[in-house]
Design a protein around this ligand. Structure first.
Ligand code: NDP
Length: 458
C-alpha cells in the first residue's frame, strides 16, 4: 500500500506516541492512572511539537513526564482506643518551572503513588492555564477520615504535618485540600505547622477566614466548572438556563457546582457519593442543597439520607449516567465515566460535559464524546478555578491583605473566561469543532515548556 503524505505523518505520530508511552510504562510499572494522564496529554503534545524541533531536542515532554521528586513517609498516630496506627504519606513535587509547587492533599483509602503522580502531572498543566505563577504537586495519604472521631483526625493531621513540614514553604510548596481534606483538616495541619515552625506563614491554602483564608476559595472549583460550561454554551449561542443537569459527588466541588448552576437557572437532578446516587426530578433547589451541605460537612452522613428526607429515588451502588439530561458535571473522583456510560449519556441527550473532578472520564469515554462532537471541557481547564483562587490566597497572604469578595468573584470569572478562550485558540479543529482537551493541553504546556527551555538542562 502506498501511504499518502498525511497518512504517513499520522502513522508516524501515532508510532511516536505509542513508543513514548511504552517507555513511560516500562519506567513506571503498574501505575495505570499515571499512564492514562500522560497518554491524554502526550496525544495532544506530540502532534503539536512535531514541527517544533527545539521542544524535541530539549526532551521537554520526556522531562515533564518525570516528577522533580517524590517524597514518601510513614505517618503514625494513635486511635481513640489507644491502638497505634501506621499510614503512608506522600508528596509528589512534579514541576516548579513557573512557580512554587502547588496542589492538594487527598486522604482516601485508595490513594496510591500512581493516583498522586497523575494528579501532580495534571496539576502542572492546570496551574499553568490559570496564568498565575504556580508549579504542580499533589500529596496525601491512604488514611480514611470516614468514621474517625475529630480527635483521631486531628492526631493524624498533626502527625502527617510533622513530616510534611520539612518539605513545604510559602516559596517552595503550598498544599491545599482535596478529597477527604476540607476546612477541618486544613485547620489541624496549619496549626501543627505553626507550632513546629513558630511562624505564621501561608504554607497551605483553603484556610479558614480567621487565619489567612480567602473569600470564595470554598466555592471556586464548583463555580468555575459551571462558568466553563456557560462559556462553552455561549460559543453556540446558548445558556445554561432551563437545562437538565447531572452532577456526581456531593462534596465540596459538587455542592458549589449545584449552587451556581441553580443560580443560573438550570435544574440539577442527581448527586452521588460512594454508596450510590439520588435522582430528584424536581431539582435540587437552595433549601435542599443547604440540607446536603449540612449533611456532608457537619454530620458527615450518607447521600441516601437526602432520598429519605425528600422522598426521591436512591440507586444503591450505581452512578447517575443513565438519567436523561442536557449537561453533565462529574464532580466525584477519577474514572467515573467509562466508554459505555459516555455512549449512554449521548444516546439520552447529553451534549456538553464539564469535569469538576480530576480525570473523571476514562480515555474511551473521552473518545466517544469527541467522536460525537459534543462539548467536552477536561478537568485541567474546567476545575482550575479552585487552584486559581488558591493562587490568589497566596498573593493575599504575601501582602497580608484580604481582598473583597466582589473583587475575587470578578477575578475568578475572568480567569475562567481566559482559560476557555485559550482552549478555543489552541483547540479549534479544521471542521470548527473545538477540541477543548487538545486546547487545554497545548495552552498549559507552552508556558511550562518555555520556562524549562530558559533554564537549560536541569
Ligand atoms: P470531597 O471529599 O469534598 O467530596 C468527594 C465526593 O466524591 C464525595 O461525595 C465522595 O463520596 C465522592 N467519592 C470519592 N471517592 C469516590 C469513589 N471512589 N466513588 C464514588 N464516589 C466517590 O472532595 P472534593 O469535592 O474536594 O473533590 C472532588 C473531585 O474534585 C476530586 O477529583 C478532586 O481531585 C477534584 N478537585 C477538587 C478541588 C477542590 O478545590 N476541592 C479542586 C480541583 C479538583 P464519599 O463521601 O462516599 O466518599
Amino acid at each position: 500500500m502506498i501511504l499518502k503524505r498525511a497518512d504517513y505523518d499520522m502513522n508516524d505520530l501515532n508510532q511516536k506516541l505509542e513508543s513514548f508511552i511504552a517507555g513511560l510504562k516500562r519506567r513506571n510499572p503498574g501505575e495505570q492512572e499515571f499512564h492514562q494522564a500522560v497518554y491524554e496529554v502526550a496525544s495532544s503534545i506530540i502532534p503539536y511539537i512535531a514541527n517544533k524541533p527545539i521542544y524535541q531536542d530539549m526532551q521537554i515532554l520526556e522531562r515533564l513526564s518525570e516528577p522533580d521528586r517524590v517524597i514518601i513517609f510513614r505517618v503514625c498516630w494513635q486511635d481513640d482506643k489507644g491502638n497505634i496506627r501506621t499510614q503512608r504519606g506522600y508528596r509528589v513535587q512534579h514541576n516548579n518551572s513557573i512557580g512554587p509547587y502547588k496542589g492538594g492533599l487527598r486522604f482516601h483509602p485508595n490513594v496510591t503513588l500512581s493516583i498522586l503522580k497523575f494528579l501532580a502531572f495534571e496539576q502542572t498543566f492546570k496551574n499553568s492555564l490559570t496564568g498565575l505563577p504556580m508549579g504542580g504537586a499533589k500529596g496525601g495519604s491512604d488514611f480514611n477520615p470516614k468514621g474517625k472521631s475529630s480527635n483521631e483526625v486531628m492526631r493524624f493531621c498533626q502527625s502527617f504535618m510533622t513530616e510534611l513540614s520539612r518539605h513545604i514553604g510559602p516559596n517552595k510548596d503550598v498544599p491545599a485540600g482535596d478529597i477527604g481534606v476540607g476546612a477541618r483538616e486544613i485547620g489541624y495541619m496549619f496549626g501543627q505547622h505553626k507550632r513546629l515552625s513558630n511562624e505564621f506563614t501561608g504554607i497551605l491554602t483553603g484556610k479558614g477566614m480567621e487565619f489567612g483564608g480567602s473569600p470564595i476559595r470554598t466555592e471556586a472549583t464548583g463555580y468555575g466548572t459551571v462558568y466553563m460550561m456557560n462559556d462553552m454554551l455561549d460559543v453556540k449561542g446558548q445558556t445554561i438556563e432551563g437545562k437538565i443537569c447531572l452532577v456526581s459527588g456531593s462534596g465540596n466541588v459538587a455542592q458549589y457546582a449545584i449552587e451556581k448552576a441553580t443560580q443560573l437557572g438550570a435544574k440539577v437532578v442527581t448527586m452521588s457519593d460512594s454508596s450510590g446516587f439520588i435522582y430528584d426530578p424536581d431539582g435540587i433547589d437552595a433549601d435542599k442543597l443547604a440540607f446536603i451541605v449540612d449533611l456532608k460537612t457537619n454530620k458527615r452522613g450518607r447521600i441516601k439520607e437526602y432520598a429519605d428526607e425528600y422522598g426521591v429515588e436512591f440507586h444503591q451502588g450505581k452512578r447517575p449516567w443513565g438519567v436523561p439530561c442536557d449537561l453533565v458535571f462529574p464532580c466525584a473522583t477519577q474514572n467515573e465515566i467509562n466508554g459505555k456510560e459516555a455512549a449512554t449519556l449521548i444516546k439520552n441527550g447529553c451534549y456538553a460535559v464539564s469535569e469538576g473532578a480530576n480525570m473523571p472520564t476514562e480515555l474511551d469515554g473521552i473518545r466517544i464524546f469527541q467522536e460525537a462532537k459534543i462539548m467536552f471541557a477536561p478537568s485541567k481547564a474546567a476545575n482550575a478555578g479552585g487552584v486559581a483562587v488558591s493562587g490568589l490566597e497566596m498573593s493575599q497572604n504575601s501582602t497580608r491583605i484580604t481582598w473583597k469578595e466582589e473583587e475575587l468573584q470578578v477575578l475568578l470569572r475572568d480567569i475562567m473566561k481566559k482559560i476557555h478562550d485559550n482552549c478555543v485558540e489552541y483547540g479549534r479543529e479544521s471542521d470548527d469543532y473545538v477540541n477543548y482537551l487538545k486546547g487545554s493541553n497545548i495552552a498549559g504546556f507552552i508556558k511550562v515548556a518555555d520556562a524549562m527551555l530558559a533554564y537549560g538542562v536541569l
